[in-house]
Design a protein around this ligand. Structure first.
Ligand code: PLP
Length: 366
């Protein structure tokens, strides 16, 4: 059968599916940038520059059970997350990255044509999974400070609305959604996801209200604070009925044994990891000042481990390209709502210093 022959069997809605513009893996830049792969400074995916806990590394190297499937019920992991979050384990479900739970929630709530409220600009994977589920995205634009416009959100609700998506801090803007605004959205009564991927950088959470609200779902990840992005482990806290559905529809072994082990060891070593989180947060505030000082970048205040900047002179894409050639990876946006913007993850102090030097050099030529 010719390729064209087989394509006719593909779901028509996926023929124009654009995919996700993922961050670049450093090894793919070998020979294309002026430094070696090891020297690349990766500030494009909000990863943790300090990596994981040393206890995680030790536990992984000592582990002897990779020939055995993980516990599909995630009992030990969920018990550990219960201790970490204070939320009883029957509310908790873990997944291969929190991305996977966003996907599962779409599968659970959204049929073709159902509406999902998305407060843009926000995390691009929300749109990705709405599209994959053949849902209809109802965009609610944030205000000029990137805050959710709760009144506009309420007006956007229709009988077909199945899910409301909120991220706090929001990616890529770094803005927090005040608790009173979240409560106002919860009072609408529709299933509401509060994505707290960057919770450890803020300490602000809706987790204690899980179970008290029948529609509140809180999402977390080990990718950012715990340095486990490559292992893919996240979790969510849900009303028990929803958690039970998710446990039934998830791929049984979605959290692999090493990811499970790493998450448990991270929680045991949370003091060490939170020290690093503190360093990153204070570095973020330093970096904010230095970016502002360039005079041609306008950083937006952030509560997460990254900073969004508007590029006031030149084009964000060119700046991103020049940085990449110098071996520094950042993310750029050029969408109707984020014109000429860069999102810079906070690195170690020495990495941030090199970034600022590179930016100053680029700035001289603008
Ligand atoms: C708001 C938000 N939610 C979820 C994720 C996905 O995290 P994970 O690595 O757990 O899939 C990210 C990652 O960038 C994010 O920014």
């Amino acid at each position: 059968m010719s390729e064209e022959g087989i394509e006719k069997f593909v779901r028509p809605d996926l023929k124009s599916f654009g995919g996700y513009a993922a961050s670049k893996a450093p090894e793919t830049l070998k020979g294309k940038v002026s430094v070696s792969v090891e020297e690349i400074i990766k500030l494009d995916a909000n990863e943790n520059p300090y990596g994981c806990s040393p206890k995680v590394k030790k536990a992984i190297s000592d582990y002897t059970g990779i020939h055995v499937y993980p516990d599909s019920g995630q009992q030990e992991l969920r018990r550990c997350l219960q201790d970490y979050t204070g939320v009883p384990m029957e509310h908790i479900v873990a997944s291969a990255g929190s991305d996977q739970l966003i996907d599962l929630l779409m599968r659970l709530f959204v049929s073709k044509g159902d509406e999902v409220i998305n407060c843009i600009p926000t995390f691009a994977m929300f749109q990705f999974f709405i599209n994959l589920a053949e849902g209809t995205t109802v965009n609610v634009q944030r205000d000029e400070n990137f805050m959710v416009d709760v009144e506009a959100l309420k007006k956007a609700i229709t009988p077909r609305t199945k899910l409301i998506l909120l991220a706090t801090p929001n990616n890529p803007t770094g803005t927090i959604m005040p608790k009173k605004d979240i409560l106002e959205v919860l009072d609408i009564g529709l299933p509401t996801l509060v994505d707290e991927a960057y919770f450890e950088f803020t300490g602000e959470t809706m987790a204690p209200l899980v179970g008290r609200y029948k529609n509140l779902m809180v999402l977390r990840t080990f990718s950012k604070w715990a340095g486990l992005a490559g292992l893919r482990i996240g979790y969510g806290m849900f009303p028990v009925e929803i958690a039970n559905y998710l446990l039934r529809i998830k791929e049984p072994y979605c959290v692999n044994v090493i990811a499970q082990l790493a998450a448990i060891e991270s929680v045991k070593d949370k003091d060490y990891l939170m020290e690093k989180v503190k360093i990153i947060s204070s570095e973020r505030d330093n970096l904010f000042g230095l970016l502002k000082q360039t005079g041609w970048l306008k950083p937006f205040p952030s509560k997460a481990n990254f900073i969004l900047c508007a590029v006031l002179k030149g084009r964000a894409r060119d700046v991103q390209q020049k940085l990449e050639e110098m071996g520094i990876l950042v993310r750029y946006f050029d969408t109707p709502l984020l014109k000429d913007s860069l999102r810079i993850s906070v690195g170690k102090p020495e990495e941030n210093k090199l970034l600022v030097q590179a930016l100053n050099k680029i700035g001289e030529a603008l």
